[in-house]
Design a protein around this ligand. Structure first.
Ligand code: FAD
Length: 417
């Protein structure tokens, strides 16, 4: 009898685990509620009309078409029944496992303000990105048709809440659209009339980075025309309005990028969690007292050797997937009384700011500007799954770099009709 390995989630962690089990004598069932693996780090480029969804998403079935020990199931897991060793899907199907790898990621954290979500969508899925893209493009169309300056202004305001890497990347890309790229296509307003706000409640943006890089990021964003508001908590979000302690900004373009909370599946594991609902696991990534259940990636809380929580980024998820696959592949490691603990190798972090600027911290080496952007571009191209996608994204970036043009400016829904 082969070991039945069930993996929940075809994101960075789940895909890595399944791929590294290609030669293992196990049956793998990989379940995802979507049919595609999504390269989330480039989602903001879909939201800002630089790339198409197909450039950054690949059908999970296509990834495993040649790996015969993987069965791909499209379905949403709603519950893990630890003691029965099975999972339940939304349509009430149950799937048994010998070993379970929970890699279901996270979702945006509205810190208890659930009503804010519909006014300020987060950027997590292809449909989020397309929705944001439609709103940005539609706003500019509206602004082009309104002559009254006061009435028009809200359509020229863009608000990004949360100054982590996603918020910084989003604000930089919107500033390029709203202040440079497409301005010659509109006659009714000038780039000076558009405002892009990046709002951060904490004292500085990119707070996981060295302070000097946060400062560089502020400078680069300001050069692009972004108004960076640090130490500025949002107190309320309403329909087309963000309220701050001493001001309010009207805009139909409000994007939420402020922190994540674990996926609902984690609750059903009935395990100790941190404040963001992420599972607290044993050093080998398994659940305490349940050695056959592992949790990896954004769904888990783990600390590094200095006691700092590991960041919710793709390399952490992939390295954890690699660790779990190694245990599953080797019965002697899997059955050991004390299993090898997971150790994170920090290869650095990067965030891009517009067309040819970025900040990077590579093992203590702090870089900013064009060189950091070039490194960012190479790393992101290399990690994209599929040769076709790599080639296409490379060509699109070169085209964008030399022409300043954004190719995917399509409005298919009409958010204000
Ligand atoms: C906009 C954005 C930008 C980012 N930029 C970067 C970056 O530049 N660099 C970086 O390193 N990291 C970045 N990240 C973070 C990175 O994407 C995550 O850390 C990484 O995706 C986590 O991997 P994971 O496998 O834990 O989860 P994910 O990759 O999120 O995968 C989870 C999978 O589980 C599936 N799923 C969820 N719930 C269920 C369910 N109930 N049933 C079945 N399937 C389910 C989902 O559909 C998804 O496919 C970014 C994230 C976002 C949102």
């Amino acid at each position: 009898m082969k070991r039945e390995v069930v993996i929940i989630g075809g994101g960075f962690g789940g895909i890595k685990t399944a791929k590294l089990l290609a030669k293992a004598d196990v049956n793998i069932t990989l379940i995802d509620k979507t049919n595609h693996h999504l390269f989330q780090p480039l989602l903001y480029q879909v939201a800002t009309a630089a790339l198409s969804p197909g450039d950054i998403a690949v059908p999970i079935r296509a990834i495993f078409s040649k790996q015969k020990n993987v069965k791909v199931v499209l379905g949403e897991v709603v519950e893990v029944l630890k003691d029965q060793k099975e999972i339940r899907l939304k349509d009430d199907r149950c799937i048994k496992f010998d070993t379970l790898v929970v890699a279901c990621g996270a979702k945006y954290n509205y810190f208890g303000n659930h009503a804010w979500e519909k006014h300020a969508p987060g950027l997590k899925t292809i449909s989020n990105a397309l929705n944001i893209r439609e709103r940005i493009l539609m706003s500019l169309e509206k602004a082009d048709q309104i002559d009254n300056v006061e009435e028009r202004q809200k359509y020229l305001n863009f608000v990004v809440i949360g100054g982590g890497p996603t918020g910084v990347e989003m604000a930089g890309a919107i500033a390029e659209i709203a202040k440079r790229n497409m301005m010659r296509d509109y006659n009714n307003f000038s780039p000076e009339q558009t405002h892009v706000y990046l709002i951060e409640a904490g004292p500085r943006i990119l707070n996981g980075y060295d302070e000097s890089l946060s400062q560089k990021a502020v400078e680069m964003l300001e050069e692009l025309g972004v108004e960076v508001m640090q130490g500025t908590p949002v107190t309320q979000i309403e329909h087309e309005k963000v309220v701050l302690e001493n001001a309010a900004i009207e805009s139909p373009n409000i994007i939420w990028a402020a922190g994540v909370v674990a996926n609902a599946v984690i609750k059903t594991l009935d395990v100790e969690t941190d404040r963001a609902g992420r599972a607290i696991v044993a050093p080998d990534m398994s659940l305490p007292r349940h050695r056959d259940i592992f949790v990896i990636g954004d769904a888990v809380h783990m600390k590094d050797a200095d006691g700092n929580p590991l960041p919710a980024i793709a390399p952490v998820a992939m390295q954890q997937g690699k660790h779990v696959a190694k245990l599953i592949k080797n019965p002697s490691l899997y059955d050991a009384v004390e299993r090898e603990p997971f150790q994170y190798l920090d290869k650095g972090s990067m965030a891009t700011i517009g067309r040819a600027r970025a900040v990077a911290d590579i093992r203590g080496l702090k870089l900013s500007g064009f060189i950091a952007w070039a490194m960012w571009s190479v790393v992101h191209i290399l990690f994209l799954i599929g040769f076709r996608n790599r080639l296409h994204v490379f060509v699109e970036w070169m085209w964008h770099y030399f022409t300043y043009k954004r190719g995917v400016r399509l409005i298919t829904e009409r958010p204000y009709d």
